[in-house]
Ligand binder design. Structure first.
Ligand code: COA
Length: 605
């Protein structure tokens, strides 16, 4: 069976994973039959798909017609034969019990076409063992989607001992056609890639609890190692029962070193399973959070080293390539760098702003790709210091701002810093931005912003202070503060109208409308737009030209062009207005809506 021959996908199980996979396949244009054993399960699955598709339409990711087309491709049935008899691909997402899987697969093998590809979404069971009940195990494979399947890009393509190369190639291609990024797991090994490396790391974190606290380790890994969540918050989120069971399997199949740490066993036995039981490593009466201060005294290498070592074992055991392990860990565990990339960059603290000087250019990289490079006050100060140093360094002839990764230049101020703010805190946020961004104008060197992906809010304000703005064709610009019940607070109310004229600036600021790179160019917000594939080379060329320019004349031009007697008063007024908003519920509603991913409901003033 090759990928072109696949028209219909049968999904067994309408639960969270099953209906998510069904939706993904339908959106990709396949006919889909979702089968479960109770009408109630099917109804819930159908409602879940409708909710998810409607959200995509609301967020402008899909049109109403596309949603209807996807829905028309899906049928729901209680009849296994009806689901699988004409399917070229069967994906099973039923409970993780070998006896149940065997029962279902025996029946599927009888009723599905004799050349259909049979795939299990199992995250923990052996593909080879599940395949024992089907007559042609060469057509049997693992196709492990991650939760939520609609959003997570990763699919682990897990081969059993008897899976044929043709089946592997076809499933890799099908995963791509479904908009996913597949990694090839070449050996039927417990936990495949992501669970093996991630859950071992969670266990390794617990092993450090005799010397360090839960909060200390979490704070360090989150704030200093760039992990989206610390290991204990992550264990609580996954569920300590799941973590425990996976480790028990590792202990039995890989070795005693993988036995769950006594602290994990203790919580599991006390049924303190994490978020779902409201208690685990943390108590969930209120949402726990760790601050940077709590990270003191913990060296992130203590956990990053075993993390990388486990990834190296996965490669050494022939389970996957380094590249696939990196891809799997980034996409499946939502971490900014894969273990091998971490090792290459040098294990240690991940700084949110990176600076690098080469060939007369200081590159300042906003480096929180997992948070779309959203800007914290700490980052602003780091930028300020880098600009000051560059201003005094004669060998630096040009300054270049970049965002790490290709999803965003910067998605604005870090909203998570906002909720505790009061008017004085709001003023500090605004004034810090003004003070630092003004340095971009004041430095005697030409400053260039290289913009890929989202350039929003405070990110869009940063570029307004730069001398040159170069965009990739995929760049998107907006001032979305209005959706938060806020105003631009880092100079946008003054700078944007000056740059692009009042008509479009008012529209962008008061409606939050996002514009694309071409529109930004037409409006004068950016100087150049380059194709994605040529972006880095074109930026280099542009910057090289500036480096070759006459530094004294350039500094003089910059000073004359940017001297602006009105600016300080305008920025002061903006800071006043920004801080005053913290007196109103409107802002709380806006931020709460962002955090809970809903539309804000603003009331009469
Ligand atoms: N502050 C803090 N975190 C932010 C952020 C911001 N401004 N923008 C994005 N993030 C975080 C998200 O919370 C998410 O974190 P998580 O993975 O821990 O949940 C991560 O970055 C990825 O963003 P996500 O929203 O999942 O990506 P998306 O593709 O669905 O949406 C955006 C992208 C840019 C449309 C959306 O993130 C957004 O609207 N961000 C806020 C933009 C904004 O209002 N900026 C102005 C602030 S004043």
């Amino acid at each position: 069976m090759n990928a072109d021959q696949v028209r219909k996908v049968a999904v067994l199980g309408a639960g969270v994973m099953g209906h998510g996979i069904g939706q993904v396949a339908a959106v990709a244009g396949y006919s889909v039959a979702i089968r479960d054993i109770k009408q109630e399960f099917l109804d819930n699955g159908e409602a879940g798909i409708k909710r998810s598709l409607s959200r995509s339409v609301e967020r402008g990711r899909m049109s109403q017609e596309e949603m209807e087309a996807a829905l028309s491709k899906i049928t729901f049935t209680l009849d296994l034969a009806e689901a699988v008899s004409d399917a070229q691909l069967v994906i099973e997402a039923i409970p993780e019990r070998m006896d149940i899987k065997h029962l279902v697969w025996k029946e599927v093998a009888e009723k599905a076409p004799k050349d259909a590809i049979l795939a299990s979404n199992t995250s923990s069971l052996s593909i080879t063992k599940i395949a024992e009940v089907v007559p042609s195990p060469e057509r049997f494979i693992g196709m492990h989607f991650f939760n939520p399947a609609v959003i997570m890009k990763l699919v682990e393509v897990n081969q059993g001992d008897k899976t044929s190369q043709e089946t592997i190639d076809t499933v890799i291609e099908l995963a791509k056609r479904m908009g996913k990024i597949p990694v090839w797991v070449k050996k039927d090994a417990p936990g495949f890639i992501v669970n093996r490396v991630l859950v071992t790391y969670l266990n390794d974190a617990a092993k450090l609890l005799d010397k360090y606290t839960v909060e200390q380790i979490d704070a360090a890994m989150q704030h200093k190692a760039g992990m989206p969540l610390g290991p204990f918050m992550l264990s609580d989120l996954i569920g300590l029962d799941i973590v425990y069971h996976i480790l028990k399997v590792f202990e039995a199949e890989i070795g005693s070193g993988y036995a769950p740490h006594s602290k994990i066993t203790e919580l599991f036995e006390a049924k303190k399973l994490g978020r779902k039981t409201k208690e685990g490593f943390y108590n969930y009466v209120e949402r726990p959070a760790v601050t940077e201060d709590q990270a003191k005294g913990f060296d992130v290498k203590l956990l990053l080293e075993p993390f990388v070592a486990e990834a190296e074992k996965v490669v050494a055991e022939g389970i996957a390539s380094e590249e696939d392990v990196d891809t799997a860990m980034k996409l499946g565990a939502n971490i900014p760098k894969g273990p091998f990339e971490m090792k290459k960059a040098g294990l240690g603290e991940e700084k949110p702003v990176l600076t690098d000087t080469k060939d007369g250019v200081l590159t300042i990289t906003l480096n929180r790709p997992g948070k779309l490079n959203s800007m914290t006050l700490e980052m602003l100060e780091m930028i300020g210091k880098a600009l000051e140093k560059a201003g005094k360094n004669k060998s630096i002839r040009c300054i270049l701002f970049k965002g790490a990764g290709d999803r965003a230049f910067c998605a604005g101020a870090d909203i998570t810093q906002f909720p505790d703010l009061n008017p004085a805190g709001g003023r500090k946020v605004s004034e810090t931005g003004h003070r630092i961004y003004k340095k971009i104008m004041e430095t005697p060197k030409p400053v260039v912003a290289a913009i890929q992906g989202y350039c929003l809010g405070g990110g869009n304000e940063l570029i307004q202070f730069c001398d040159f703005r170069l965009a990739s064709e995929k760049a998107r610009f907006s001032q979305p503060e209005v959706t938060l019940g806020l105003i631009p607070g880092w100079g946008g109310t003054y700078m944007l109208p000056k740059l692009i004229g009042k008509t479009l600036a008012v529209e962008m600021i008061m409606t939050g409308r996002r514009i694309n790179a071409e529109e930004a160019k037409a409006a004068g917000l950016v100087n150049e737009v380059y194709p994605v594939g040529e972006f880095d080379a074109k930026v280099d060329e542009y910057v090289k030209n500036l480096v070759a320019g006459p530094p004294i004349a350039l500094a003089s031009m910059k000073k004359l062009i940017h001297s602006d007697a009105e600016m300080d008063a305008a920025l002061r007024a903006e800071a006043d207005a920004f801080s005053a908003l913290w007196n109103h519920d409107e802002l709380k509603e806006g931020i709460d809506a962002f955090n809970t991913r809903r539309k804000p409901e603003f009331k009469d003033a």
